[in-house]
Ligand binder design. Structure first.
Ligand code: NAI
Length: 363
């Protein structure tokens, strides 16, 4: 891989390769864009097949975090770290402490927390070595389970779609098909049912479905049937890539709005949804609640403020839908345009010189 060429193409600022043979740590930190502030993003642990796959993943994920952070109105940029290892067998205190020291060495240019393959408990070890962590357990000073805030934002996203389609945001009698009733999906079902929506759920884990059925009145379908459910909104809350060549022709919904990351298998699938007249609420806008929550840990976490900022996902989506109409572009492109405009508008602020407390005239 031609790394510099690749970084220039995606606008990456920095890749940091971190190695500590004694603990087995092999990690790459990707700092994509710090125009808005320190790069923020989780640390993923995964048994990648090769170095190229590690680098490709960190570049892709950190770039996505810039979009999510900037679109959410946060004063953070995008970053991500990936640890090359097996989360089931390779975790121990020394690995996470080594990780913590590398994060500390960046002096706050990168702030991290959990992602696929890492848990809040892992970062309690890292917290012995670095201050630059979010999403620690509440008893360790973190803001706790972010899926509550994420689900709240996804509910707002669904309401924005229904408003765009009908002129009213009420979900009474509206059909919503939820794919995946894990941490986010199950809480989302609670919000939807409370409002009188007709909810269909599915999950590959029967136990999770049973739990939701015990608490709410919902229809259940098999995992492979969820794309065929006639509904107002399809809400992917399981895994990425679910909007693809195979699934899009089957969709019988009017809109897509869900918590999963990277729902479009490729950008062209966003174009396809647009052509079919299916309103797509861009995932990184809809599922930003978790990021908003952890970004609110600085300087001191206040849940009401995090929830208020997450509720604003509703208005942000309406603005994106309006931009999409005005410019005649698919909604995913309108969301990207909004990100680029905010970055461009605020990038020049650095030319207003603010003296440091020591009085140094140099920037
Ligand atoms: P989770 O792991 O608790 O739930 C995912 C659920 O999807 C599980 O119940 C799993 O059995 C189910 N699932 C997996 N494959 C499936 C399939 N083919 N069909 C139906 N169900 C399937 O994860 P969580 O935290 O609820 O996150 C859901 C999605 O939202 C993920 O894509 C995650 O990356 C994304 N996300 C989560 C955030 C959070 O705060 N937890 C924040 C932003 C994004």
């Amino acid at each position: 891989m031609r790394i510099f060429e690749r970084m220039a193409k995606t606008g990456h600022e920095q890749l940091v390769f971190c190695c500590h043979p004694e603990s087995g740590l092999r990690m790459v930190i990707g700092v994509h864009d710090t125009t808005m502030g320190p790069a923020i993003g989780g640390t993923r642990m995964y048994p990648y097949c090769c170095e190229d796959e590690v680098i490709e993943d960190v570049l892709r994920l950190s770039q996505g975090m810039t979009c999510k952070a900037v679109a959410s109105g946060s004063d953070f940029g995008g970053g991500k770290a990936v640890v090359w290892g097996d989360p089931d067998t390779d975790k121990d205190e020394s690995l996470f402490r080594a990780l913590g020291r590398h994060v500390e060495s960046l002096q706050g240019r990168f702030i991290t927390g959990t992602d696929v393959g890492t848990t809040a408990q892992d970062f309690v070890w890292a917290a012995g070595e670095t201050r630059f962590l979010v999403a620690l357990p509440e008893e360790h000073g973190g803001s706790g389970d972010s899926s509550i805030t994420t689900a709240f934002g996804v509910w707002k996203g669904i309401k924005a779609c229904v408003h765009e389609l009908t002129g009213h945001a009420g979900l009474g009698g509206r059909g919503v098909a939820v794919q995946g009733v894990g941490k986010v999906g199950a809480k989302l079902v609670g919000y939807l049912c409370q409002e009188g929506a007709r909810v269909t759920v599915t999950d590959v884990d029967d136990e999770r479905v049973r739990k939701v059925v015990a608490e709410h009145t919902v229809e259940v379908c098999r995992p492979e049937e969820i794309y065929d459910v006639a509904c107002d909104v399809f809400s992917p809350c399981a895994m990425g890539g679910v909007l693809n060549d195979e699934t899009i022709p089957r969709l019988r919904c009017k809109a897509v709005s869900g918590g999963a990351n990277n729902q479009l298998a490729e950008e062209r699938h966003g174009d396809r949804l647009h052509e079919l007249g299916i309103l797509y609420a861009p995932d990184f806008v809809v599922n930003a609640g978790g990021l908003i929550q952890v970004s609110e840990e600085f300087p001191e976490f206040r849940r009401e403020r995090a929830m208020a900022r997450t509720a604003a996902i509703y208005d942000r989506l309406l603005a994106i839908f309006a931009l999409s109409r005005e410019e005649g572009i698919p909604t995913y492109r309108a969301a990207d345009l909004m990100v680029q405009r905010r970055l461009a508008a605020l990038a020049g602020l650095g030319r207003i010189h603010v003296p440091s407390p020591g009085g140094s005239a140099a920037r």
